[in-house]
Design a protein around this ligand. Structure first.
Ligand code: NAG
Ligand code: NAG
Ligand code: NAG
Ligand code: NAG
Length: 591
């Protein structure tokens, strides 16, 4: 009797211990993670080592590994966190950094690189040098999540500025960057990509999930800014297809298949990260967008976490309802294959996001799919809906909070005293491994802590979506694919053919000669005799590359010369100001 009583007394403080470790860690690590992240942003971040203004370095580490580059993905993840905190009034001291980031991305988008230039796929380039030049070494490219994540961050910023009636900045400065990214996503979501870990070239759940989110957001923003209906409806059409495609990643073995290629189990932090980067509290526990508390995402999380329990020596001795350190995917061998800070934190964040929704909707649903997850905490729980007044709701949410805090506590136990968060944690002795002060690790800490406090990020419109590739049960691959192909053929063949015929009728039945002339020497000073002949190699697109003086306002027009007939473009002149350095790409349509 006495022995049993003593045991239960011991057990209680143990459970509390996880949460009090997490409490203390959130308090001490928050300012350090914030400072660590800002230190990695140029030009004045203390660790940014010469990065240009607004350029985010992945880590100051220059050897083993060399991460002193700027990745579009990592930068966007950091700025999503910064912009969210700004828009929610949590930290409004970062306007200078945000403005610099925006200005830097205008330049980065224009850098020709091994993936192409702005018009030919260059937005899929994963990383650049920190002085805004192309990285030309071999790499896993393209990585198509970058433009989606960047435009998610910038749309959050745009929506905040619109709420402050700062419409001109959104229209003039933000929209052109966002539109480039949206057009890239709309045109390329159905092409293969390297995954977020830069290893597998196939289709990747994380990439598809963030692409869906941003196309959907693009519809609302383009509409709000009065963009052409054809643009809006293309984003809408593509978003619908992407949502259909997203469903096909579910694996009936109880998890999302992270990548369609690669021959791995498919169990991967990719999927947990996707759930937190597409969290929309207004969508409740909707499984269509794999919301954090959806039954699919919860079973996926359970499968994912359990894959690491016996994999790492450092995880031995923990019960099945206790948190452990998790890595990218069980087959990982990079640096020996270790747990990562940002993936372990992502587990906690997905669960905190879930608690936000359950507490706000005042109920929690256990389905036959999520049963295995909830049984971690109560082996006798049955499928059903539990209202917040029920004892099951109270005990399940309490146990899940403790479980989540355990992941934060696990990270806390492996954080050095200075609060630095590296990339990985040794799978044997728990010391930091690989790149130090990883920007993404710091960003992950901040977003996890915010979710733990119940901070709800702005909605992106995930509520009430339905599959227009039709009906149930998901996936409806066949119908979806059929529809997609129809559209594909329309846009790939029918529409260009139609355009070409129109142009031939307009200009006579021959390929016209289009010339360029303009206001500076390099553009022949408005001469029609010596105007520059443009290449029609990609007919019906004409192109030309010209070397222009820096920092100069340039006016120009295209002319069509057909024998003796000369047709000027209609007024006004085209105009732009050349940047101080680098390359600038512009696309015009004949007027
Ligand atoms: C930019 O940085 C790269 C990589 O450090 C270097 O090789 C290159 O010379 C730099 N370019 C300029 C214009 O400074
Ligand atoms: C709009 O936002 C931009 C970017 O932060 C800022 O530079 C500008 O001053 C703002 N304009 C107004 C009217 O608040
Ligand atoms: C393209 O979309 C179809 C239909 O959703 C899908 O079956 C196919 O796997 C996709 N391919 C890529 C590379 O995304
Ligand atoms: C990626 O996969 C696609 C489709 O299989 C292929 O066309 C492309 O060449 C691959 N890219 C690389 C860099 O291997």
């Amino acid at each position: 009797m006495l022995f049993a009583a003593t045991l239960s007394l011991l057990a209680l403080p143990n459970v509390w211990a996880q949460s009090s470790v997490a409490d203390a860690y959130v308090a001490s690590e928050s300012p350090l993670a914030r400072a660590g992240m800002l230190a990695n942003i140029g030009p004045s971040g203390s660790q940014s080592l010469g990065a240009f203004p607004g350029i985010v370095i992945a880590s100051p580490s220059t050897v083993n590994p060399d991460y002193l580059f700027t990745w579009t993905r990592d930068s966007a993840v950091a700025f999503s966190a910064i912009v969210n905190q700004f828009a929610l009034g949590i930290d409004t001291t970062t306007r200078g950094e945000i403005d610099d980031y925006v200005a830097s991305q205008v330049i980065v988008q224009q850098i020709p690189n091994p993936s192409g230039d702005l018009a030919s796929g260059g937005l899929g380039e994963p990383k650049f040098n920190i002085n805004e030049t192309a990285f030309t070494g071999p790499w896993g490219r393209p990585q198509r999540d970058g433009p989606a994540l960047r435009s998610i961050a910038l749309i959050t910023w745009a929506n905040f500025l619109l709420s402050e009636s700062n419409t001109s900045y959104v229209t003039d400065t933000l929209w052109p960057i966002i539109e480039n990214d949206l057009n890239y996503v709309a045109a390329n979501w159905n092409e293969s990509t390297f995954d977020l870990w830069e290893e597998l070239n196939s289709s990747s759940f994380f990439t598809t999930a963030v692409q869906h989110r941003v196309l959907h957001q693009g519809v609302s923003l383009a509409t709000a800014l009065g963009q052409p209906e054809s643009l809006v409806s293309n984003y809408e059409t593509q978003a619908n297809f992407v949502l259909c495609f997203l469903q096909t990643y579910w694996n009936t073995a109880g998890h999302i298949t992270a990548n369609t290629g690669g021959g791995r189990s498919g169990i991967d932090a990719n999927t947990v990260l996707a759930s937190i980067h597409t969290f929309d509290a207004a969508a409740g526990c909707d499984a269509l967008t794999f919301q954090p508390c959806s039954d699919l995402a919860l079973l996926n999380l359970h499968t994912y976490v359990d894959a690491f329990r016996s994999l790492y020596e450092i995880n031995s001795g923990f019960a099945s309802n206790e948190a452990v350190l998790t890595g990218r995917y069980p087959e990982d061998v990079y640096m020996g294959g270790n747990p990562w800070y940002l993936t372990t934190l992502a587990v906690a964040e997905q669960l905190y996001d879930s608690l936000i929704v359950w507490n706000s909707q005042k109920s929690l649903e256990v389905t036959s799919t999520s049963l295995a997850f909830f049984q971690i905490f109560d082996s006798s729980i049955a499928a059903g809906t539990y209202a917040s007044s029920s004892s099951q709701f109270t005990s399940l949410t309490g146990a899940i909070k403790t479980f989540s805090d355990g992941f934060v506590a696990a990270v806390a136990n492996h954080t050095p005293a200075n609060g630095g968060l590296a990339e990985q944690i040794s799978n044997t002795n728990g010391t930091p491994v690989s790149a130090v002060d990883l920007t993404w690790s710091f960003a992950a800490a901040l977003t996890t802590f915010d979710a733990r406090k119940g901070v709800v990020p702005a909605s992106w419109g995930a509520k009430g979506l339905s599959l227009s590739c039709a009906g149930e049960p998901i996936p409806q691959t066949v119908f979806c694919d059929f529809q997609r192909r129809c559209y594909y053929y329309f846009w790939a063949y029918v529409y260009p053919l139609f355009l070409a015929i129109c142009r031939l009728m307009l200009f006579g039945a021959r390929i016209e000669n289009i010339y360029l002339t303009g206001s500076v020497d390099a553009l022949e000073d408005w001469s029609t005799e010596t105007a520059l002949l443009m290449s029609s190699a990609n007919y019906p697109i004409w192109s030309i590359t010209v070397t222009l003086p820096a920092n100069t306002d340039i006016q120009y027009k295209y002319i069509n010369i057909d024998g003796s007939a000369l047709t000027w473009e209609s007024d006004p002149n085209n105009e732009f100001t050349t940047p101080a350095s680098g390359t600038f790409v512009t696309h015009d349509t004949w007027r």
